[in-house]
Write a protein that binds this ligand. Structure first.
Ligand code: F6P
Length: 592
């Protein structure tokens, strides 16, 4: 185990060759690309630690999304999923639990559905396939030796899979489990000793707010462990499981410090962070990101600027002003966001009210149905560790608008009231720089630089425009890294008025779209994408500008983020339009 070795010389990180796909590159190597490894290329295992219902899965998913977006091959290895497949409950559990009294030992029958309480509630399911692989609270009893041995074995088996995946070319693997005892963590540390090129980082999630834990418990009753189980039965079983875990739980501390490992403790989703012995490059990226987490209810809106003179002429790059259509869009945008801001505040209020009702009533049917309906109303209030309601009341809703430093985005926000919005112009949001192709049309590039044109068609993500300052999408990701961390840090809504390549890059992060698809996302002018943080990722809402009504309509988000799969079109085959128009472009010819 390489405990804390710096794995990335800065030169490699920021300086890519022009065609990065042909030369090793630390950040955006391809999986399985044999020559993409270098000696300094350390791998990382992030081992999660923490009691159930402390927001670990939330952290894990978010971290994975961020690291993948940064170009690291990242994978989550979830021990719970494997545990559910690790045989029938009947073989391993001893002693009746409320849900299992009077159950026989036949593994082929459904123990839980045969139980009196489940029968009373009419929960008997025809196939019972879920129950056959589900474990009730007694399986987590630290005194249940047989079950404990199985749990340890499953965790180690998953760890072996994880190591195999790293050996096969993966870069960052996340062991998603409670790992809540010193014994378990020591076993993982020992196993890593022989892996010299793999660093280890423990990330412990601690939550001190009872309201938040209770809310997470409600969400847990909807986990695969409780499919088809009455919510009240599920909740009481989950609480018993928690008590079992609490009996054996030891927070990370002296035992791990003696072994010189790296760890960080995230307390109340980043409110307090303890970092110990963090030395590696990847580890410091992870800790920095986690320190900036924030679960406030808010929306990150992304839109492109209004149509510019260059858009109208089909020219890329440049610094043109808005065309008349673009001015019209700018006015409509400010009207829409003014309205949306009020609507969103009302949605959050309504969500908080309903959530408070569910928590206060302890209604188990509400526990099952409410989070879903909460989600559909646009609040992040159901996030596993969002801000307690008592604090929410004191937070003044704020709203920032970020543009690039190019005229077309700054002009697009001209109609916003600066007294109501904090407007910032950020150079990192400038459009991808096309080097010596700036100001040209795609047709001109195809004619004058056919090799460049073809190279970009073949590998748009890695292709870097020729000429001083020319960029690739891979470069743009690096440029936006700080913007993303800042967006994660601030607690209020933001409208980003930016450009096509930038909008693709930002939405890839928020919507977890693989970098390989990023450059082909279909994002015409005239759309607003609203990303709302939720417990299991970001929820997307989309509005489309209708020039006739001079207003926006909400449209079905699921059909929107279409990927135009790379279709290689040679210049000679595409004399007029090398890029196929999207349905939106057909519907709104002025939108391009
Ligand atoms: O055409 C508008 C524009 O924003 C250009 O300035 C930019 O070069 C281009 O889109 C990015 O899109 P693509 O990567 O598909 O060429």
């Amino acid at each position: 185990m390489g405990v804390a070795e710096d794995s990335s010389p800065m030169g490699m990180m920021f300086d890519t060759p022009r065609f990065a796909n042909t030369v090793p590159f630390f950040r955006f190597q391809r999986f399985g690309h044999s020559h993409a490894r270098t000696d300094s290329d350390h791998k990382l295992v992030v081992v999660m630690v923490g009691l159930p219902a402390r927001g670990k899965s939330y952290i894990v998913k978010k971290l994975k999304r961020y690291l993948s977006w940064l170009g690291f091959q990242t994978k989550i290895f979830n021990v719970g999923d494997r545990r559910r497949l690790a045989g029938s409950t009947d073989e391993h559990e001893h002693g009746p639990t409320p849900a299992r009294q009077g159950v026989g030992n036949d593994a082929s029958t459904c123990a839980d559905c045969d139980s009196a309480s489940a029968m009373d509630k009419g929960l008997r399911t025809p196939s019972c396939t879920h129950c056959a692989t589900r474990h009730s609270s007694s399986f987590f009893d630290p005194d249940n030796a047989k079950a404990k041995q199985i749990r340890e074995q499953v965790a180690l088996d998953v760890f072996e899979d994880l190591l195999r995946w790293l050996q096969a070319g993966g870069q960052i693997a996340i062991h998603d489990a409670t790992n809540s005892t010193i014994e378990r963590r020591s076993a993982l540390i020992s196993r890593l000793k022989s892996e010299t090129d793999v660093n280890l980082l423990f990330v412990e999630s601690i939550c001190t707010d009872k309201d938040i834990i209770n809310r997470n418990i409600k969400l847990k009753t909807q986990s695969p462990d409780y499919v088809g189980i009455d919510p009240e039965v599920a909740e009481s079983d989950f609480r018993a499981r928690l008590r079992n875990y609490e009996r054996a739980y030891r927070t990370i501390g002296a035992a791990e410090e003696k072994l010189n490992v790296q760890y960080c403790k995230i307390i109340d989703v980043g409110k307090k962070v303890i970092a110990y012995n963090i030395q590696g490059f990847l580890e410091s990226q992870v800790v920095f990101y986690l320190m900036n987490m924030n679960l406030e209810s808010r929306v990150i809106y992304v839109t492109r600027h209004g149509e510019s003179e260059d858009n109208a002429a089909g020219r890329i790059g440049g610094d043109a002003s808005l065309a008349p259509n673009g001015m019209k869009y700018a006015k409509a945008l400010s009207r829409f966001i003014d309205r949306r801001r009020v609507d969103f505040a009302a949605e959050v209020e309504e969500n908080n009210r309903r959530l408070a009702h569910v928590m206060a009533s302890g209604s188990s049917s509400g526990a099952n149905s409410e989070p879903e309906s909460v989600s559909s109303h646009g609040s992040g209030a159901a996030a596993p560790c969002s801000m307690p309601m008592s604090l929410r009341r004191h937070v003044q809703p704020d709203f920032e608008i970020w543009t690039s430093m190019l005229k077309r985005t700054m002009e697009t926000v001209e109609y916003f009231d600066p007294l109501k919005y904090r407007i910032k112009n950020i150079r990192s949001l400038n459009e991808i720089y096309a080097g010596k192709c700036e100001g040209m049309t795609y047709e001109e590039i195809a004619r004058e630089y056919p090799d460049e044109y073809e190279a970009r068609q073949l590998d748009k993500f890695y292709y870097r425009y020729p000429g001083i300052g020319g960029e690739s999408y891979a470069d743009v990701v690096l440029r936006l890294q700080q913007v993303i961390v800042e967006l994660e840090r601030i607690r209020h809504s933001v409208l980003l008025v930016t450009h096509r390549a930038m909008a693709r890059t930002l939405l890839s992060y928020f919507m977890d779209i693989p970098t390989t698809h990023m450059p082909d996302m279909d994002l015409p002018l005239g759309f607003i994408y609203g990303c709302e943080p939720r417990p299991f990722g970001n929820f997307l809402r989309v509005w489309r500008y209708d020039p006739e009504q001079d207003d926006f309509d909400e449209i079905d988000a699921s059909s929107v983020l279409k990927i135009r799969y790379p279709k290689i079109i040679m210049p000679e085959q595409a004399p007029t339009s090398p890029v196929l128009p999207s349905p939106a472009e057909i519907a709104y010819p002025s939108i391009r």
